[in-house]
Design a protein around this ligand. Structure first.
Ligand SMILES: Cc1cc2nc3c(=O)[nH]c(=O)nc-3n(C[C@H](O)[C@H](O)[C@H](O)COP(=O)(O)OP(=O)(O)OC[C@H]3O[C@@H](n4cnc5c(N)ncnc54)[C@H](O)[C@@H]3O)c2cc1C
Length: 401
C-alpha cells in the first residue's frame, strides 16, 4: 500500500469512527436516548456486554407503569411517557403496554400515601377510591388490614420490558444508528471532540451521554467525577398461586403498591400473574449493597428481603405459597433523595449524565431519553430539570483533571 492509499484508508476509518453523539450503556435509558438522537444525528450506542443481557437493570419480562407518584413532577412527565410508549408501539407494530390499573395501599396517616392520593387527584388522573367493603368484594383474595385504605390508579399497567428494550434498539438501528455491543469503554478523553476508547476501538463525537446504570461511578471515574450513588442487589421473586389464576391478569387483578407497613421497612409491589403462568411477581423495594460485577455471587444465608416478603404475603396474600418459586436478580442505582440525575458534567458541558434511576426509571425512559437528547444538543429541555441537577449534592471532583 503506498502513502496515498494508507492516508485515504486512515481518513475513511476516522470518518467511520466519528459521530455526532456517543451513548455509553444500552439499558433502557441509553437506548431511548440513542433512539431520539438517531432521528437527527449520527449516533453510536456502546455496551460492554453482548445484547441482550441480564447483568444490569433493564432486563426481565415486566415493569409497572403508573401515574401514581408522590412527587408531582413524575406524574406530569408520565403524560408524555404514555404518548411516547404508544408511539413506539405504533412505529414497531408490537404490544408493549397492558393496562391493569394499580392499587395504592396505605394508611391515611402515612404522608406518602396522602401525597400520592392528592397528586393523583390534583393532576386529574382517573382514579377510584375503594371502601373496605368494596375492596373485599372486588379482591377477596387480599387480606387488607382494616386501617389500610386503597386507591386505584386506573391508567397504570404493565410494560413488557425485554420486548420494549429490543424494540427501542431495533428502531434506533432502523433510523441509521450504530450499536457496538461486547465493547467495554475503558477510557474517555474530554474535549470539544470527546474520544472514547473501548476494548476494541476508538471513537470520537461532539458529545457523549453516559447512561451506565450501576456502573455509572466506575465510568465517571474516567472523567473525574463521583456521584453519591448506591448500587443495590434486588431479589426478584415469583410466588406460586395455591389456586392458579387467583391473582391473574385475565381475572382483572391489578398491579399493586403497598406503602411500607412500618418505618423500618420499604414498599412492597406486585404484578398480576401473567408472564409465568400460576406465578405472581412480588418484590421488595430495596436490597443489599452490591458491586454490579459481583451481583450473582450466591449467598449462603437466605436474604432478609425474601423473609420480609414471605411474612408480608402470608399475612396479606394468603392465596400465595409464601416460599418463592423463582428468584432472579436485578440492580437498583439509588440517589439519596430517590430523584434521577439528568445533567451536564460540571466541568465538561458536552458530557451528559443520566443516572440514579432509583428503582423507578423504566416507565419514564421515553422522557428521560428525550431530555438527555436535548441536553446533549444544547437545546432547552422540555421539562424543569432542577430536581435532577448534580449540584444538589456535594460534589467529589478530582483535581487531577
Ligand atoms: C427488580 C427491579 C424492578 C423494577 N421495577 C420497575 C418498575 O416496576 N417500574 C419502573 O419504572 N422501573 C422499575 N425498575 C427500574 C428500572 O428498571 C431502571 O430504572 C432502569 O432499567 C435503569 O436503566 P439504565 O439504562 O439506567 O441501566 P442499565 O439497564 O443497567 O443499563 C446500563 C448499561 O450500561 C452498560 N455499561 C456499563 N458500563 C459500561 C462500560 N464501561 N462500557 C460499556 N457499557 C457499559 C451496562 O452493560 C448496561 O447495559 C426496576 C428495577 C429493578 C432492578
Amino acid at each position: 500500500m503506498n502513502i496515498c492509499q494508507s492516508e485515504r484508508k486512515m481518513a475513511a476509518q476516522s470518518l467511520h469512527n466519528d459521530f455526532d453523539s456517543i451513548v455509553i450503556g444500552a439499558g433502557i435509558q441509553g437506548s431511548y436516548t440513542a433512539y431520539h438522537l438517531s432521528k437527527n444525528y449520527k449516533t453510536l450506542l456502546i455496551d460492554q456486554f453482548t445484547l441482550p443481557h441480564s447483568r444490569g437493570s433493564s432486563h426481565g419480562k415486566t415493569r409497572i407503569i403508573r401515574k401514581a407518584y408522590y412527587k408531582a413532577y413524575y406524574t406530569q412527565m408520565m403524560t408524555e411517557c404514555y404518548q411516547l410508549w404508544n408511539q413506539l408501539e405504533a412505529e414497531a407494530n408490537v404490544e408493549l403496554f397492558r393496562q391493569t390499573g394499580l392499587l395504592v395501599l396505605g394508611t391515611e396517616e402515612n404522608s406518602e400515601f396522602q401525597t400520592m392520593k392528592s397528586t393523583l387527584i390534583q393532576n386529574k388522573v382517573p382514579t377510584e377510591s375503594l371502601t373496605s367493603e368494596e375492596f373485599s368484594r372486588k379482591f377477596p383474595a387480599v387480606n387488607l388490614p382494616k386501617e389500610v385504605s386503597a386507591i386505584l390508579d386506573k391508567t397504570a399497567g404493565i410494560l413488557y420490558a425485554d420486548r420494549a428494550l429490543k424494540t427501542v434498539q431495533d428502531l434506533f438501528r432502523r433510523f441509521g444508528g450504530t450499536i457496538r455491543d461486547g465493547e467495554k469503554v475503558v477510557d474517555v478523553q474530554p474535549g470539544s471532540l470527546v474520544t472514547v476508547t473501548t476494548t476494541t476501538g476508538t471513537y470520537r463525537a461532539k458529545n457523549l451521554v453516559i447512561t451506565a446504570g450501576p456502573w455509572t461511578n466506575k465510568l465517571l471515574n474516567l472523567v473525574g467525577l463521583q456521584l453519591p450513588l448506591k448500587t443495590l442487589r434486588i431479589v426478584v421473586c415469583y410466588w406460586k398461586e395455591k389456586v392458579p389464576g387467583t391473582y391473574g391478569i385475565s381475572k382483572g387483578f391489578p398491579c399493586f403498591l403497598r406503602i411500607s407497613r412500618n418505618s423500618n421497612q420499604h414498599h412492597f409491589y406486585g404484578l398480576p400473574s401473567n408472564e409465568y403462568p400460576g406465578l405472581m411477581k412480588v418484590c421488595y423495594h430495596s436490597g443489599s449493597d452490591a458491586d454490579p460485577d459481583e451481583r450473582d455471587i450466591i449467598f449462603q444465608q437466605p436474604s432478609q428481603d425474601v423473609n420480609f416478603l414471605s411474612d408480608f404475603l402470608s399475612k396479606e396474600f394468603p392465596g400465595l405459597d409464601p416460599k418463592p418459586a423463582i428468584v432472579e436478580y436485578c440492580m437498583y442505582t439509588t440517589t439519596p433523595d430517590q430523584d434521577f440525575i439528568l445533567d451536564h458534567h460540571p466541568e465538561h458541558s458536552n458530557i451528559i449524565i443520566g443516572a440514579g434511576f432509583s428503582g423507578h426509571g423504566f416507565k419514564l425512559a421515553p422522557v428521560v431519553g428525550k431530555v438527555l437528547c436535548e441536553l446533549s444538543m444544547g437545546k432547552k429541555p422540555s421539562y424543569d430539570l432542577s430536581p435532577f441537577k448534580i449540584h444538589r449534592f456535594r460534589l467529589n471532583l478530582k483535581s487531577s483533571l
